[in-house]
Design a binder for this molecule. Structure first.
Ligand code: ATP
Ligand code: MG
Length: 234
């Protein structure tokens, strides 16, 4: 059984259909990256998985359970956490308050989760009382990742976590993603920095015009001349 099984999903906004039958799987502990041109429906796919966009046909299953059409907050409780590309932290709140907000729906003692997040992100631990709005783009993405960990996710959906960052920050963010993955969290990742992302991915998909085009192991996609020409700047 796959951890996540997206099968022939058709979804869009109002009358406009964006995804025309997309299928993606993620297995326990995997990093799976989706690349593809702007506007191909990558972000829409993540929103359909987490329930922010209505799935009109097809099915989304998580750990064998059909979650198609379920409310986002219920899906989150099942262990999927979604980190959107922007507005993913509260600018007016401090780092620490953002982490507490991330743990908001937890009813148990979550202090150990905050301690673990600070271990993983020492830059954040250094200044818990800094407002998120004063952080650099890279640090803000780190905070968004740390915040997502508050709910002990089984699967993270990450929408271009390294977009717009300086190259050294891109590597650092992807490094953290790998670190989180090594604690057992599976990742479905969207990335513009396709080369770097595929290097650390088990598998990858190319999505274009709302349809799957190519699916392969990360290293095979990196070595695929067509993928290189179209998406890797090679
Ligand atoms: N809220 C919305 N309402 C209507 N159309 C939308 C909405 N969000 C996105 N779209 C449209 O859906 C299509 C796919 O957008 P989506 O954001 O999923 O693409 P993407 O692959 O994530 O692109 P990018 O690489 O630029 O992030 C685009 O044509 C976009 O204009
Ligand atoms: Mg997008």
């Amino acid at each position: 059984m796959n951890l996540l099984d997206v099968s022939n999903v058709v979804a869009g906004y109002g009358e406009t259909e964006i995804l025309h039958g997309v299928s993606v799987t993620v297995e326990q502990g995997e990093i799976v990256t989706i690349i593809g041109p702007n506007g191909s429906g990558k972000s829409t796919l993540l929103k359909a998985i987490i329930g922010l966009v209505q799935t009109k046909q097809g099915q989304v299953s998580f750990r064998g359970e059909d979650i198609t059409g379920m409310a986002p907050d219920l899906i989150v409780r099942k262990g999927i956490c979604y980190v959107p590309q922007s507005s993913n932290v509260f600018s007016s709140l401090t780092i620490h308050e953002n982490l507490e907000m991330g743990a908001f729906v937890r009813t148990d003692d979550y202090r150990h989760r905050i301690a673990e997040a600070y271990d993983l992100f020492p830059d954040l631990a250094e200044r818990p009382n800094e407002r998120a709005g004063r952080l650099s783009g890279g640090q803000r993405q780190m905070l968004a990742l740390a915040r997502a960990l508050m709910l002990d996710p089984i699967l993270l959906l990450l929408d271009e976590p390294s977009a717009g960052l300086a190259p050294n920050m891109v590597s650092l963010v992807l490094d953290k993603i790998l670190g989180i993955n090594r604690t057992g969290v599976a990742m479905l990742l969207l990335e513009q920095n396709a080369h770097e992302a595929l290097k650390l991915s088990n598998r990858g998909y190319v999505l274009a015009s709302g349809q799957n085009q190519i699916e392969d192991r990360g290293e095979n996609l990196l070595g695929n001349p067509e993928v290189a020409r179209l998406y890797l700047g090679g």
